[in-house]
Design a protein around this ligand. Structure first.
Ligand SMILES: [Zn+2]
Ligand SMILES: [Zn+2]
Ligand SMILES: [Zn+2]
Ligand SMILES: [Zn+2]
Length: 436
């Protein structure tokens, strides 16, 4: 895909931009009228316009996992987030499911910079609770967003940085660069590798966790052993003369004592293994294609062996949606959803930030009206649709197809239209989930 070239010659990384690439965006600007976005009337006309500007996202195993590090400004799904601002991470209640209190799991991030200087870099991060019970409760909560503080199990954060910032070079990264990020960033939780490690293990007083829940999980699955070893080591180094008897005994038991540094290096490599051991979702790079490039093609035979499986999974999902039809609206909606998706059945993301863009709803019931989308909680300005996550992602995340497994028909993400600059570094945006 040809990248757009900015004045400073940053083609490579501007090539990764997901923006509304349509040529007639100026024209659309002039026609700006509020509140047409959700009306059914001119749906078909708008569909045609939207089709020209939708960018589809697909997942791909990265050749080198380095390419997903934050200084390459990746769009990625699964694994751990590549935090754009690596220091001022979300904290407290923001990191947890409001329903069950578990720390949220990273779903995906989309690098989508804007023209304005303060959003030269701009990334949106989506997290959710892995419990389907919570997502079902969340269904009721999302309608309340205009009225009171809702309890959500899906959260979206927007982070943006100007061209000149303390974390990244003003030069775009070279494709195969082996350079590390300029600085280390905040220490992360030893269990999830996702949230800030703000609590210390009470045993070794060394390893960090985002929450007591993750400390307990880590202790149950092996940290206890390391913890003891670290305690001995600490006793050794802090008071060579006053070693307690128990420490001596323990020392005899664990002959091999790693140096603190080795331990940390080990932990850094362990970060990449977190995915397998700690139930994180598998990690992918998100690549993009304009939907318009699929318009004239037959449903795809060129995508390779995965396509059969994934379209089966999708058909299952669609059939269960079809079973729940409650009226003609749903039937019509389902039909047009099916036709659009069939052009590229493996899409996991549909991105379209042009004015008036709407999500492609699998069913017409349970859609938000304009009034159900809250105002930006920072600038009080309007929020607009930016992208939606498709259920195909569940297939790539190896989520089972059981009754209680996580499932959704679509997750639509709305963001502040102005990409406002509030003092909060990670600003909470809004997600609307439609279940199948
Ligand atoms: Zn939950
Ligand atoms: Zn954690
Ligand atoms: Zn410990
Ligand atoms: Zn705003």
């Amino acid at each position: 895909m040809a990248g757009s070239v900015k004045g400073d010659g940053t083609e490579e990384f501007k090539g990764l931009r997901i923006t509304s690439l349509d040529d007639d965006s100026d024209e659309e600007e002039e026609q700006k009228e509020p509140d047409v976005a959700m009306d059914d009337d001119d749906e078909e006309e708008e569909d045609e316009e939207a089709r020209n500007s939708v960018i589809l996202g697909f997942v791909k195993k990265p050749k080198k996992s380095r390419s997903l590090l934050r200084h390459f400004f990746p769009s990625k799904a699964g694994g751990v987030p590549a935090w754009l601002d690596p220091e001022n991470l979300p904290s407290g209640r923001s990191c947890c499911c409001d329903i069950c209190g578990e720390p949220l799991q990273f779903v995906l991030q989309v690098y989508a910079p804007e023209e304005k200087e303060s959003a030269f870099h701009r990334t949106l991060f989506v997290f959710m609770c892995t419990s389907m019970a919570c997502l079902r409760r969340d269904q009721h909560e999302q309608w309340k967003c205009q009225r009171d503080e809702p309890s959500r199990s899906v959260k979206v954060f927007r982070c943006q940085l100007p061209h000149d910032n303390p974390f990244y070079s003003s030069e775009p990264p070279k494709k195969d660069s082996t350079e590390d990020p300029l600085m280390a960033g905040a220490a992360l939780c030893n269990w999830c590798g996702t949230w800030k490690g703000s609590k210390r293990c009470t045993g070794c007083r060394k390893t960090l966790y985002c929450s007591e829940k993750h400390w307990v999980k880590h202790s149950r699955s092996g940290h206890e052993h390391d913890c003891q070893r670290l305690r001995i080591q600490l006793a050794d180094s802090s008071s060579a003369n006053s070693e307690t008897t128990s420490a001596v005994v323990l020392k005899g038991k664990y002959k091999v004592v790693f140096s603190w540094e080795e331990f940390w290096v080990g932990n850094l490599t362990a970060l990449s293994r977190l995915v397998a051991s700690n139930n994180l979702w598998p990690e992918y790079k998100i690549i993009q294609e304009p939907e318009s490039s699929y318009d004239t093609e037959m449903p795809d035979e060129s995508v390779g062996t995965n396509s059969l499986i994934s379209s089966n999974r999708m058909d299952d999902g669609l059939m269960s949606i079809a079973d729940n039809f409650t009226g003609d609206g749903d039937r019509k909606s389902w039909a047009s959803f099916h036709v659009r998706i069939a052009l590229a059945p493996e899409q996991i993301l549909r991105y379209c930030r042009s004015f008036g863009a709407k999500p492609l709803w699998p069913v017409s019931s349970g859609r938000p009206s304009t009034a159900d989308i809250p105002k930006c909680s920072y600038c009080s300005g309007p929020m607009c649709f930016e992208f939606q996550i498709m259920p195909q992602l569940l297939f790539y995340f190896n989520v089972k197809n059981d009754v209680d497994s996580l499932d959704w028909a679509t997750i639509a993400v709305y963001t502040c239209e102005a990409s406002c600059d509030a003092s909060v570094v990670y600003k909470e945006e809004f997600a609307w989930v439609q279940l199948s």
